[in-house]
Design a protein around this ligand. Structure first.
Ligand code: CA
Ligand code: CA
Length: 226
């Protein structure tokens, strides 16, 4: 009976994957949730096997995990400013990340719930990820096959540049705040255009850089951004 139920569950799961074009899948607890979709017309390229992907990620122990400290962040590329790069399909990262990011468009964000079989299995990894842990990865596909340019806003060395820029602490960055930050950390000369740097971060051009838009370091990703 249990086997039959599992089989039915598997069929339902697989049907769900096909039906939704893997935008939201659930296979034995492995979930792919698209949190920021890209309009198909604006999707210039998708992640295919063999591509080198540049991915920002924050990895934590999922709330559903049987082991480990729920919600504990174990690693984030945002703290280092530099996205992780890996060749898709080469097996250099955990299976959950490879399968979870496949077919994504540049700019797309996904939350991946990764059971141990798709993560670090029964052995775990390091001190924070015990064997049997279910992981949560919040990922953004930053670029495909092209190393993203480093931007001035990312590199004061702080692990929370966003907070450093946001002088009035309203979780929005405006041009004068960015100008003050740049003047503090860089010699402002003809090679630095403050409005240009600002608009590179202000994705929707509404004159403010939100926590979500900001690509530099911003400490632990806040709940509202997940
Ligand atoms: Ca502000
Ligand atoms: Ca904006």
């Amino acid at each position: 009976m249990i086997i039959i139920l599992l089989f039915i569950n598997l069929i339902v799961s697989l049907t769900f994957i096909w039906a939704s074009d893997i935008e939201s899948a659930d296979l034995n607890g492995f979930k792919i949730i698209v949190t920021k979709a890209i309009d198909p017309e604006k999707c210039k390229s998708r992640a295919n096997p063999g591509d080198v992907l540049y991915v920002h990620y924050t990895g934590s122990i999922d709330e559903s995990s049987q082991t480990g400290v729920k919600g504990k962040v174990f690693d984030s590329s945002l703290r280092r400013s530099d996205p992780l790069d890996f060749k898709l399909g080469a097996g250099s990262v955990i299976k959950g990340l490879e399968e979870g990011i496949a077919n994504a468009c540049v700019g797309e964000k996904r939350t991946l719930i990764i059971p141990p079989e798709y993560g670090y299995g029964s052995n775990g990894a390091g001190k924070i990820i015990p064997g049997g842990a279910t992981l949560r990865f919040d990922v953004e596909l930053v670029s495909i096959n092209i190393r993203p340019k480093r931007r001035h806003l990312y590199f004061s060395g702080s692990d929370n540049v966003f907070k450093e820029i946001d002088l009035d602490n309203d979780k929005l960055l405006v041009l004068p705040e960015v100008a003050e930050y740049l003047a503090k950390h860089f010699k402002i000369g003809p090679h630095i255009s403050v409005p240009k740097i600002f608009s590179a971060e202000d994705e929707n051009n509404d004159g403010v850089i939100t926590f979500d838009e900001f690509k530099g370091t911003k400490g632990v990703v806040e709940e509202q951004d997940l």
